[in-house]
Structures are given as C-alpha cells and as structure tokens.
Design a protein around this ligand. Structure first.
Ligand SMILES: [Zn+2]
Length: 205
C-alpha cells in the first residue's frame, strides 16, 4: 500500500499533512488491473489510476482528472511550475531573488498572497519589498502595481481574529485566480481579482 504522501510535493505522513486520493482517467493497463482485482481476491493497494494529493495540490489535480494520472502529473510539472520572486526596493543593488518554487497554479497564488499581504499596512502604506509570481510557457509574471487599492482592500477585509479563516479567504481567491489563469491567461487572473475586490467593496458599509 502506497503511503498517503502527495505525488507533487513533500507533504504527507511525515509532515502530518492529510492527503486525499484522487482518481484519473484509466489507461488500458489500469482497466486490466481492475479486471484482475475483481477476479483475484487479495490484490491490494489503491487503483493505479489514483494518487494522493495534499490540500495545496487538490484543486490543481481536480482540474485535470480527464487526463491519465501520468499525463496530469507531467502537465502540472511542465506547464504549471511557478517561482515566487522577491524584490528588495530598499537596497536596489540587490537583484530580484527566487524565494519559492513549486507546481500547480493554486499553490503559486497562495504563496504570492501569503508573502505580499505582509508588505502592506491597512492604510495602504507599503514596506520596501515586493513580490512577483513567475510562470513558464510564455505567461508573463503576475504582479501588482506598487500603489494598489486592491491589495489594501484585501488586507482591510482579511479576518485577523482567526488565522484559519484568513488562510481560507486567501485560498478561495487563489483557487479562482488559478482557474482563471488556466482558461484565460494573465488577463483572466487579473479580472478575477477585480471581481473579487468589487464584491469586497460591495459588502462594505
Ligand atoms: Zn502537495
């Protein structure tokens, strides 16, 4: 039996992260495995078309279950790899640095928001550091303007009392932006933020 460790990162049993089993389209040999499993009692292990995925990668793989598992993993590793770039605005001699790398657009946006939100105050003042999210496959970097009312608005509306709620809020935004990026490219992800902020400002008194 394969341990419940994420097929795309280090999370799993050892790190105390729960993973979920996700199943993909079956190949010919997967069909044969199922036929064999039905006829032979005692064939153990999870079906070969299924894999374990951590919370951060769950939504990414759910968007690709129409592919076979190897096709989906290859697609994510090759087409959805990202890197988070840190820009030091205080010391301009310091070149931009890659601070994090990963695969799956959802986890990329999550990291972006987790890092960029602490660079602003609720009154809109920014600290002299910035972040950009870089992609492969000809997608331009995702970044926010230095003076960004959207960023301030999100910061103001972030629930501060419970850390878990704040994480949930960022996760939801990241999931929508990742889906929009997948279908409509960078303009899609930007439009998604605009709509999100319109909803936020609509709920304000
Ligand atoms: Zn993972």
């Amino acid at each position: 039996m394969m341990p419940p460790d994420c097929f795309l990162c280090d999370k799993g049993l050892a790190t105390g992260d729960n993973c979920e089993l996700i199943c993909f389209a079956k190949t010919e040999s997967d069909h044969q495995w199922h036929t064999l499993a039905q006829s032979e009692a005692g064939l153990t292990g999870h079906p070969p078309e299924c894999g374990w995925f951590c919370e951060q990668h769950l939504e990414t793989v759910k968007s690709l279950t129409h592919l076979t598992i190897s096709g989906a993993l290859q697609h994510i590793r090759e087409r959805e790899s990202w890197h988070l770039i840190y820009i030091d605005l205080f010391d301009r001699e310091t070149p931009p640095m890659i601070q994090r790398t990963g695969v799956g657009y959802e986890s990329g946006f999550c990291e972006f928001w987790d890092h960029i939100l602490p660079t602003t105050e609720t009154d809109g003042r920014r600290y002299p550091s910035d972040y950009r999210l870089g992609f492969r496959c000809g997608i331009p970097d995702y970044s926010l303007p230095r003076s960004c009312p959207d960023l301030t608005l999100i910061k103001q509306n972030l629930p501060t009392a419970e850390e878990e709620t704040a994480t949930g809020t960022i996760k939801q935004l990241s999931i929508s932006q990742a889906a929009a990026l997948r279908t409509n490219g960078l303009p899609g992800a930007e439009e998604c933020l605009r709509q999100y902020c319109d909803r936020l400002s609509g709920t304000q008194p």
